[in-house]
Design a protein around this ligand. Structure first.
Ligand SMILES: [Zn+2]
Length: 278
């Protein structure tokens, strides 16, 4: 059987968890670089990044993003760097203010839905602007699908030329008040991506205690997957995750159980068609 390496993305920080929730969560840029380095050595080949202020509050400061990018490039040479343009990090166009520093990838949500305590608002105007900026600065999007309609919207944007590059679709499941972790829907997502965006690769992220379940489903069904403390701060029921690398190790073990290798950064760049910037 031909090997189908599994890409592991590590979402190191996010905008929600704080040191009070898990003291091991990396907040400062230095902590983030160190945590990314450990996760990279454990097998993660994409890092999904948010930045925080010193008081742990969320930020969308391009200077912090640039420092983080520089450190990761230096210490994790080859790793794919993905910045978040998610709605918790800033308002309106602030969310894309770091795209001019040309990360390899950036997350892009192409529709709205509910979050635990608020509306996750992504207006068509803002989505089109973020897409345009990504095309302009050569940033490959990772589409965050919180809902089936987001997959259709992404396909439409690729067909219209508003989005460029190899489509990479991430299903996000288990966010409270949004799509739950549901196996039938998960399989239908895959079927729909294969039908309307056949050139796309797919991955998925599960939130909280569902992280491991989603990792398993992705690996079993031939996709790629995401782990990390942004989505889940626990190693298991009893223990907080000691590091992002510990969660990457867990995911890598699941790959082994299903006979899949973990993609190296070279394989990840080849699969997603993201050449190394010089
Ligand atoms: Zn994120």
């Amino acid at each position: 059987m031909e090997d189908n390496p599994c890409i592991i993305c590590v979402a190191i920080t996010g905008s929600v968890p704080r040191k009070e929730d898990n003291p091991n969560i990396p907040i400062s840029v230095d902590e983030q670089i160190e945590s990314t380095h450990e996760a990279f050595e454990a097998g993660a080949s994409i890092v999904h990044c948010h930045v925080r202020n010193e008081d742990q509050s969320v930020s969308s400061d391009p200077i912090l993003f640039a420092k983080l990018q520089e450190g990761i490039e230096k210490h994790c040479s080859g790793m794919v760097i993905q910045f978040s343009t998610g709605g918790r990090s800033g308002k309106g166009k602030e969310r894309g203010g770091m795209l001019p520093i040309s990360p390899d990838m950036a997350s892009l949500t192409v529709g709205s839905n509910n979050f635990p305590t608020r509306v996750y608002e992504n207006s068509p105007e803002l989505i089109d602007w973020l897409a345009k900026e990504m095309v302009k600065y050569g940033v490959q999007p990772e589409i965050e699908a919180f809902d089936l309609s987001h997959i259709f919207q992404a396909a439409k944007m690729y067909n219209e030329g508003k989005l460029k590059g190899n489509p990479y679709i991430q299903f996000v499941m288990g966010v409270k008040n949004a799509m739950p972790v549901d196996r039938d829907v998960f399989e239908y997502y895959i079927k729909t991506v294969n039908r309307i965006l056949p050139s796309a690769n797919w991955c998925a992220a599960g939130i909280g205690k569902h992280q491991k379940t989603i990792n398993q489903w992705c690996i079993e069904l031939g996709g790629h997957t995401r782990t990390g403390m942004e989505d889940n701060i626990r190693l298991d029921k009893e223990n907080l995750a000691p590091s992002n690398a510990s969660l990457v190790n867990l995911t890598s073990e699941i790959c082994g159980m299903y006979g899949r290798s973990v993609a190296t950064w070279e394989q990840t760049r080849e699969i997603l068609n993201i050449p190394l910037k010089n």
